[in-house]
Ligand binder design. Structure first.
Ligand code: CA
Ligand code: CA
Ligand code: CA
Length: 359
């Protein structure tokens, strides 16, 4: 019988190596936990939004100006088209000048190079309606209330636009009726910024804030109320609630918020919006924002858009659950250390004296 040679072919890991590896993981994960908790509380630009939240939400924004249009888009185009296959969103503010309405058009793309939007949402500023609220319910309803004066908003002109307000990276534009009674300001940004108005508010990326200001409004007759007629249209069904109008397609969502308060002649008041009464889903609808009676007023609705993350393949280092790794790793190190110590400890065997009996 030949002697077999002992071959160690089973995988084995030296416990000391294991300890070193897990100690390194522990050190790394604890560093990340400390790093995360530091940036969690740091807000380097002082806009009340933490750096790590800003890092995740900031998106690219390209700006384009034409005679009758201001465009904001999250992707770059050359001669109006994009060669790259990427998710994107664009928003255009149109003012065609004489006879045209101020119009907002927002489009969402799964792939911007196709030029075919997956979702569209927009609204027009149609008219100002002075009415007698016949049924005194605070709402303008074309079927029941009496129209006293109707001003089509076909005379809105762009009076200014640009980038940067008080050193903040904000894109702004202003449109006004030719008599200056109604102005609409729009603000948008690629990151969170503080936008000072009546109070400091945070302007988030993925939204456009609009500020409507009425100055020296004189009603045709006393006792009338004022409503703003907006016409909405979408490629998908509009979903109404008291606080907003939404349209969505998959992960794309458009949301126009109906602010329920207004500053009227210096004090805060309530605003109600007349929504379509039909329960049949619609893609086009008229709504009436009821401002009441005043001489000067300001109203601040805003529009938000939601897309899947624009840079899908970017690994965000602080999305990783470092704290769990840290706890898991330190536990492993402790267990392995105990095991190592137990195995290493020399057995203390007590030998009793051996006495050999002589036989
Ligand atoms: Ca910040
Ligand atoms: Ca009414
Ligand atoms: Ca910021």
């Amino acid at each position: 019988m030949s002697k077999e040679k002992f071959v160690r072919d089973k995988p084995h890991v030296n416990i000391a190596t294991l300890l070193v590896v897990f100690s390194m993981i522990t050190a790394l994960s604890f560093s990340m936990v400390i790093y995360e908790s530091v940036i969690l509380f740091s807000d380097s630009d002082g806009d009340t939004i933490a750096d790590n939240i800003e890092a995740r939400s900031t998106h690219p924004l390209f700006f384009e100006v034409k005679e009758d249009r201001l465009g904001y888009q999250t992707y770059e185009t050359v001669n109006g088209s994009s060669a790259s296959h990427e998710l994107g969103h664009n928003l255009n503010i149109f003012n065609d000048g004489v006879g045209g309405l101020l119009e907002i058009d927002s489009r969402f793309y799964e792939d911007v190079s196709t030029g075919i939007p997956n979702l569209e949402f927009g609204w027009n500023y149609e008219s100002l309606i002075e009415f007698v609220d016949s049924d005194s319910n605070g709402l303008f309803e074309p079927a029941t209330d009496t129209v006293v004066g109707l001003t089509p908003l076909t005379n809105m002109i762009r009076v200014k636009f640009g980038f940067g307000i008080d050193g903040q990276p904000i894109y702004y534009s202003q449109f006004s009726t030719s008599d200056g009674i109604l102005t609409v300001d729009f603000y948008t940004a690629r990151e969170h910024v503080l936008l000072a108005r009546q109070v400091s508010t945070v302007l988030a990326p993925g939204e456009i804030k609009s500020y409507l200001t009425f100055t020296n409004f004189m009603p045709v007759t006393g006792g009338t109320k004022l409503a703003l007629h907006l016409s909405l249209s979408s490629s998908h069904d509009l979903v109404f609630s008291n606080s907003k109008v939404e349209a969505s397609a998959g992960e794309f969502k458009a949301e126009y918020e109906l602010e329920d308060w207004i500053i009227r002649d210096g004090s805060e008041g309530i605003v109600n919006t007349t929504l379509p009464s039909t329960t049949v889903p619609v893609k086009d609808a008229s709504i009436y924002i009821n401002f009441g009676s005043f001489t000067n007023a300001s109203y601040d609705p805003h529009y938000r858009w939601f897309t899947p993350p624009l840079s899908r393949n970017t690994f965000v280092v602080n999305n990783f659950p470092w704290s769990y790794l840290a706890i898991g790793s330190v536990t492993t190190v402790m267990l392995v250390s105990i095991l190592y110590a137990v195995r290493k400890r020399p057995g203390r065997v007590k030998y009793s004296d051996i006495t050999l009996k002589k036989g």
